[in-house]
Design a binder for this molecule. Sequence first.
Ligand SMILES: Cc1cc2nc3c(=O)[nH]c(=O)nc-3n(C[C@H](O)[C@H](O)[C@H](O)COP(=O)(O)OP(=O)(O)OC[C@H]3O[C@@H](n4cnc5c(N)ncnc54)[C@H](O)[C@@H]3O)c2cc1C
Length: 399
Amino acid sequence: MIDVAIIGGGPAGVAAALALKRRGVGRVVILEREAVLGGVPRHCGHSPFGMREFGRVLTGPAYTRRLRAAAEEAGVEILLRHSVVRLRPGGVLDVATPDGVKQLRALRVLLATGAREMPRSARLLGGDRPLGVLNTGALQAHVVLHGSVPFRRPVVVGTELVSLSALATCRGHGIKPVAMLEQGTRQVARWPLALFPRLLRIPLYYAAEIAEICGGARVESVKLRDGREIICDGVLLTGEFVPESSLARMGHLAVDAGSGGPVTDQYGRCSDGAYFAAGNVLRGIETAGWSFREGAAIADYIADDLVGGLPYAEGGVEVVCGEGLKYAVPQSLARVTRLRGVLQLRVAEAIRGQLRVRAGDVVLYKRRLAALPERRILVDLESLRIPQEVSQIIVEIVA
Ligand SMILES: Cc1cc2nc3c(=O)[nH]c(=O)nc-3n(C[C@H](O)[C@H](O)[C@H](O)COP(=O)(O)OP(=O)(O)OC[C@H]3O[C@@H](n4cnc5c(N)ncnc54)[C@H](O)[C@@H]3O)c2cc1C
């Protein structure tokens, strides 16, 4: 019997495996669908990774080599080319392996499947279907892992932090974007990183949205909603991350509409107590360092749970995401005298106002803030004194 099966060998999954081994948990198995451990950083040929985990600034590939070495040294079982294709109640997994589909059973399972950028289909971009429309992850896999360059003069869509990662990848491989498009009126990446496109002399168009992608075999141009046409040979769609939560969605676990990830409590425990979740599967994109620390913290709770140490989840407090907020993680709180951890919040649009946590009309927590979509907002759970009779709290930002 496997003690803990971890689905996904990125920073969150590996950190969890290391923490579980440190806690003396016997059989810890990482199931990774790729041929190499490491997750997204494998193909990020740039820094910064690893500052908090290893005390050094590393490129993505160097960081993943460290993760791999640490996991092997700790005695974690690593099963590569193992894709989990179905979750069943109580920790039973259907896994596609090089030898066919098998069923594995674990006492506890951690979902650490990460997040992915929104693909063309979900962005509802019209026009032709030529080759050369990619997300950042796919571009990086092409150039960093396979040494092939899919285009030379693409249009880059988006201005998130990952869009700058896309520009760094382009720059390192002789690709010169002809324009960067932002549908809003300001860049999403924060200053001073937001200066990067200007330093590279890439024209940045605001309030710009693609109406149509044009081309035969390959991309030839894009037409914007305002009628402008930009000649290019590719379209690089960056950001707009969504959690890779298909397993939860297709299975029996509750999924939160706001975050797009599985519903969890403060211990990372899902709606079936055999399952936990950590890393970007919880809520789209955070840094590798954040995901790593989150994986380690949730693993500690799993280790407690294996010896019967976690308070029971039922009869907890529901966390409802109210006005002004895009999501709140976790979405439920097991009732304990002293809450630990943080409530992670994000907004969809820039907003100023009062952040409030209330139970009915009783305000439990408040502070003024100016929030931007790219900034995480944290509320220390310990600061919330939730009365015994309360079964629901509402988190909101009121102007
Ligand atoms: C282009 C780009 C650039 C970035 N640059 C930086 C940076 O410079 N610095 C930084 O700190 N962060 C950066 N990040 C963010 C960082 O990569 C993520 O925060 C981190 O990788 C998240 O870790 P994770 O373990 O949650 O998920 P991931 O790294 O996404 O790992 C998830 C793993 O799960 C596996 N998996 C998924 N589904 C299954 C399944 N069904 N069965 C088996 N395995 C499965 C995947 O193959 C993958 O290996 C960047 C992200 C991107 C996309």
